[in-house]
Design a protein around this ligand. Sequence first.
Ligand SMILES: Cc1cc2nc3c(=O)[nH]c(=O)nc-3n(C[C@H](O)[C@H](O)[C@H](O)COP(=O)(O)OP(=O)(O)OC[C@H]3O[C@@H](n4cnc5c(N)ncnc54)[C@H](O)[C@@H]3O)c2cc1C
Length: 299
Amino acid sequence: MYQPTNTHILVPEFEYERPETLDQVFSLLEEHGATARLIAGGTDILVQMKLERAAPACLISLDRVEELGGIADDDGLVIGATTAIRDLAACEPVRRGHAALVEACRSFSTTAISVMGTLGGNLCNASPAADTAPPLLVFDASAILVSRQGERRLPLEAFFTGPGETALGEGELLRAVHLAEPAPGTASAFLKVARVEADIAKVNAAVALTRDGRQVAQVAIALGAVAPVPMRARRAEASLAGRVFDSAALAEATQLVEEEIASITDVRATAEYRNHASGVIVRDALTTAWRRAGGGEPQ
Ligand SMILES: Cc1cc2nc3c(=O)[nH]c(=O)nc-3n(C[C@H](O)[C@H](O)[C@H](O)COP(=O)(O)OP(=O)(O)OC[C@H]3O[C@@H](n4cnc5c(N)ncnc54)[C@H](O)[C@@H]3O)c2cc1C
């Protein structure tokens, strides 16, 4: 019997285009309009099509478009949208300054998914649980968007506008993500709670912390799957900045994180569980980043 949610069957018929330049992508988007969807690794869009939540008449593949690939050292790092999660996880220049991003990519699902899945797909799919979002938020990453009209840059925080929604305009795509060089003495960490290893997060969190002696000079904390979009925990950040990193400061920041987030109950976890787990992983990620920054054990 026909099962509308059988994820093994791709029901709709569609055209498949493989342009080689951005210019060709723009032309195809103009030609097909709203009936077309972009596809990078396909690990989100094909699932949506199999579940009949999307039925594009045309899929425009980005995999051959050179302008969207590669990792360049250009006043910080510019990571092309079609960079595979697996390649990012193994990238030494990224690991050196942005360990939390590498850890997020390593936590990603199975080999098959991380080989096919891309950074751009992860961000443009705009799941509140996307694993690459919290690390990029703590590094104040910018999204580089491109359309026939040219390029614009947006803080990644402004890129996510709702579950499954982004600031991408019509005919526009994500070209790359820019990461500035972190300040000296900065260390970071990413943690995730999932049902089993290599699953979508119930909660994930990243922190980046700059140490100045026994004090936290600067700190950024971001969480996923606890609000409609991946979010920064700004009250918790403000409570820690300029303070001695001790157990009282940690407890206060953890408490503020639990107050700031807006967890819901869904198929993966209850709101209550998410609230509690968020505090725990933020505390552990802060402690790890502090150690990595050379601060030793918090007093
Ligand atoms: C079994 C399984 C396990 C998974 N595990 C994880 C996990 O552990 N962590 C996690 O975060 N995610 C996970 N995912 C989700 C998915 O793998 C990731 O979100 C992945 O990074 C998506 O990348 P993609 O290239 O496959 O995206 P695609 O499916 O190709 O595209 C996703 C969306 O983004 C759009 N898009 C893609 N690239 C661009 C671009 N450059 N500009 C504009 N729009 C674009 C597409 O049109 C589509 O709407 C999992 C998925 C599956 C099926």
